[in-house]
Design a protein around this ligand. Structure first.
Ligand code: B3K
Ligand code: ZN
Length: 868
């Protein structure tokens, strides 16, 4: 928190550290309000110089500093640093500090989550525990001795191996941990508390036995089994697909209730938001189960991509995050449905990431300038970062990609690396020139690929002309052409795939687009084809090709690439939305275009189709992602079109929805993928049936469901369709689950995203619910986050009530938890697509926030960019 203008850090300014720290021995005396930390490090000067040692530290009470065992007082202290001068070349530094975990509502550094102590150090939280060189390129061997009250905190955990422990006379006890692997401070972790522990073990491919331990709140042991299964599956997957084996003798996961994000990959001791650990059929939905598997996988995969090889500086964050997201996506795809995973990743890209690229916070996956690092844990760094890795995988193929990954990990093991290092290893292992490809790391914005085609019947030649154009983004007025893998297939009028040949040679499916404009001449094409462009979303771009309804219908029915089938339906829906918005502007009624209706019917009638894909094909995109179809639009019109299309499709296809509903019941709950798929299509059908007033079915499902997926689907169908039964179902649900915050979050979310003019008042009321607390990020996300992201019509109310609500929440969170505040401001800074009246309202609110005393760096960075 600061009154002075926060400082910008630039990637270009990177300098190696003036000192190295080789070992750090921590001695931590845990007390709620006055924890004492003694940090003893072996420091070594890096090269010849007289520069001082500048250690980072925030909100610490400094008690003692000693060099080689001798107390010193000639140090300089600033608000966020401790500066020591005239130091020997090598020395032992002892620093004693005191801090207040109980008062730490920012959940960064050492804090209390309920009755447990825990830490979150990435990106720069370690400096809230002790003064240190808190930067990822300083790697030290850590040992940690934790002492705490033995009754309240029977488990004392840290990284590495437990090497000693003992009891003290005063009712306290201690445990000594040692981590054999050098690591940056952001991977440090400590947990102390009273838990139930699920224990298991895993034998690695080379025959080593690894102890697996999952720590959950007491009484929750029966909800930890799926997390354990997911952990073992992750370990096996990494061995099989990437030939990577786990390296310590123990792997611990702790589930906590108060956590700013999903989970954290601390070496040997992952700390997790309980949401991504706990799951049983009665409390977790199918998608919760899949999320647990995905996040457990993600954090586990970081052990190699992130921990063994880490980032040189935080600008390189995508080096570990993009790559690890790619790895978790592949893991989920290998274990479940590849197509559905792809569709979900693409929904995220087209929704949140394209919007980020079009807004004031647009940045390359490797940012150039940062005020608050926590603001760069973004969909761009993570999801677009993963898309960039995926393009490399597409260009190189699995084998060369794995060779490149192996080379990168072997070359930089135990070190801090850069994105350039990674690409160089990929290039070396594959022999491919990736010079132009590296522009994906430096250029922000979503490229638009404009494709036109021409068929020459006499020559049997088909020419695709591809133009690429990346719109300007803040700070990047000029954009250069990128290396874009464009995956293409051609289909005959009968839906038969045609072989791609160029100069008589079979080519494809991936065409390398490298220039601003490029032509691809395909020969031996017997008739005018329909092109399937950007198969599997082969690049994170917007595609502009003048598809006819007939072509889209053909692709939706016949494409071999399943993703294209889904995408063709999306394009038909987008057309329907655009056309109907203009219709509505001319006071014409909303109608479902015939081709869209026919494709929906054919999809519902197709017995051969994978049920999971069928469900995806029949879901309309949410209003938020439809906004991206327009330059500017009145969101109320969009909302009307969206609602009306839903309703029309529900009524027009009612018998088919009923058929899909009846024929996809699952007799007994299991999380096997075919069952997940059946529930998905059944519950999509139910949501349409609710809109066609089949209230009886909704009631019946709610009453008879034996699992949370079906319970919630019924309640959601009732609320979204505004059935009179909705109130009773919500009341029943609250009665059953009010003791369980994670389950009740579903209830919060559902009401926060409900239609209806009373939503803002309801949100205000939900915020006074006994289970709600502004200090718990999960609750805040379930009520406020769901409202502002998942209820755009009510959030963007013309009377500004939605904006006022957010401003009041942000004003409070700015002080107590700036990271969560900063995440929540997203919809307020992404206003480009909204009409002028709303933009004016929003800007006034941003000015109001900008004037807050003690505005955090986090919010300052975003608001100042939005107002620029
Ligand atoms: N690396 C952490 C994210 C830390 C966020 C700090 N604000 C989780 C992950 O990506 O695995
Ligand atoms: Zn990660």
């Amino acid at each position: 928190m600061t009154q002075i203008k926060p400082q910008v850090q630039y990637r270009e300014d990177y300098q190696p550290p003036h000192y190295w720290i080789d070992t750090l021995d921590l001695d931590i005396q845990l007390h709620e309000n006055a924890t004492e930390v003694v940090a003893i490090s072996r420091v070594r000067r890096n090269g010849e110089h007289d520069e001082p040692l500048v250690l980072d530290g925030e909100q610490l009470n400094l008690l003692q500093v000693a060099v080689n065992g001798v107390d010193i007082t000639q140090y300089q202290q600033t608000e966020n640093s401790l500066i020591l001068s005239q130091l020997p070349e090598v020395f032992v530094l002892t620093i004693k500090t005191q801090l207040d975990p109980q008062a730490n509502t920012a959940l960064e550094g050492l804090y209390k989550s309920g009755s447990a102590f825990c830490t979150q150090c990435e990106a720069q939280g370690f400096r809230r525990i002790t003064y240190y060189l808190d930067r990822p390129d300083v790697l030290a061997r850590f040992s940690t001795r934790i002492t705490a009250d033995a009754t309240a905190y029977p488990y004392l955990l840290s990284n590495g191996n437990r090497i000693d422990q003992g009891n003290l006379d005063d009712g306290r006890h201690w445990v000594q941990w040692q981590d054999p692997f050098p690591k940056p401070a952001y991977l440090f972790a400590l947990v102390a508390g009273n838990f139930d522990v699920l224990r298991d073990s895993y034998t690695t491919v080379s025959g080593r036995e690894v102890a697996l331990e999952i720590f959950v709140d007491q009484g929750n042991l029966h909800r930890a089994g799926h997390a354990m299964d997911s952990l073992k599956a992750s370990m096996a997957w990494d061995e099989q697909r990437c030939h990577l084996e786990y390296d310590l003798d123990i792997y611990m996961i702790v589930a906590v209730d108060f956590f700013n994000m999903g989970a954290m990959e601390n070496k040997g001791l992952n700390v997790f938001n309980a949401k991504f650990v706990l799951a049983d059929p009665h409390t977790a939905t199918d998608s919760d189960y899949l999320d647990v598997e995905r996040v457990i996988g993600h954090e586990y995969f970081h052990n190699w991509t992130g921990n063994r090889v880490t980032c040189r500086d935080w600008f390189q964050l995508s080096l570990k995050e993009g790559l690890t997201v790619f790895r978790d996506q592949e893991f989920s795809s290998d274990l479940g449905s590849r197509t559905v995973n792809r569709i979900q990743n693409v929904r995220m890209m087209r929704g949140a990431q394209f919007a980020e690229d079009a807004g004031p916070m647009a940045h390359p996956i490797r940012p150039d300038a940062v005020i608050e690092m926590n603001n760069f844990y973004t969909v761009t760094v993570y999801e677009k970062g993963s898309e960039v890795i995926r393009m490399l995988h597409t260009l190189l193929g699995e084998q060369a990609f794995q060779r490149g990954l192996a080379l990168y990990l072997q070359r930089f093991d135990g070190q801090a690396a850069t994105c350039d290092d990674f690409v160089a290893a990929m290039s070396e292992a594959s022999g491919r020139d990736l010079t132009r490809f590296t522009r994906w790391y430096s250029q922000a914005g979503t490229p638009v690929l404009t494709v036109t085609d021409e068929y020459d019947a006499v020559q049997q030649r088909y020419t695709l002309t591809v133009q690429q154009f990346t719109p300007t983004t803040p700070g990047q007025p000029q954009k250069l052409p990128l290396h874009i893998p464009l995956s293409v297939a051609l289909y005959s009028a009968q839906g038969e795939p045609l072989t791609l040949t160029m100069d008589g040679q079979i080519v494809g499916p991936v065409l390398d687009v490298l220039e601003a404009e490029q032509r691809f001449v395909l020969d031996q094409v017997p008739s005018k084809p329909t092109p399937a462009l950007l198969q599997s979303f082969s690049a994170p771009v917007k595609l502009d090709y003048p598809y006819s309804d007939e072509q889209l219908t053909l692709l939706a029915k016949h494409s071999i690439d399943e993703f294209v089938r889904w995408d063709a339906v999306q394009m038909l829906i987008n057309k329907a939305v655009r056309d109907n918005v203009s219709q509505l502007q001319r006071q014409q009624p909303v109608v479902v275009p015939r081709p869209l209706l026919d494709v929906f019917r054919a999809t519902l009638e197709d017995e051969t189709l994978d049920k999971a894909l069928q469900a995806q094909m029949l879901m309309l995109p949410d209003i938020g992602s439809l906004l991206e179809l327009f330059e500017q639009v009145d969101i109320d019109l969009l909302g009307q079109v969206h609602a009306q299309l839903h309703k029309e499709l529900a009524v027009a296809l009612q018998p088919l929805w009923l058929h899909a509903y009846e024929h996809n019941r699952t007799p007994q709950y299991s999380i096997a993928h075919p069952d997940i798929a059946k529930r998905a299509i059944k519950n999509v059908a139910l949501s349409y049936l609710a809109l066609a007033n089949e209230a009886g079915l909704v009631q019946q499902q709610y009453q008879t469901a034996d699992n949370m997926t079906d319970t919630l689907a019924a309640m959601k169908a009732a609320v979204r369709a505004e059935l009179t039964e909705a109130g009773a179902l919500l009341a029943d649900f609250e009665g059953k689950w009010q003791q369980d915050g994670l389950v009740l979050d579903n209830w919060f979310r559902l009401q926060a995203t409900a239609p209806g003019d009373d939503t803002v008042a309801r949100i205000q009321q939900l915020m006074t619910h006994p289970t709600f607390s502004l200090n718990n990020p999960n609750r805040v996300r379930a009520v406020v986050g769901a409202f502002i992201m998942g209820n755009p019509l009510q959030f963007h109310r013309l009377d500004g009530a939605g904006y006022d609500l957010l401003v009041s929440v942000l004003t409070q969170l700015n002080l107590s938890n700036p990271q969560v505040a900063s995440r929540l401001i997203t919809p307020l800074i992404q206003f480009a697509r909204l009409d002028d009246a709303r933009q004016q309202q929003i800007k006034a609110r941003l000015q109001q926030l900008m004037a807050l005393p003690d505005l955090s760096r986090d919010l300052f960075e975003k608001i100042s960019k939005a107002l620029a």
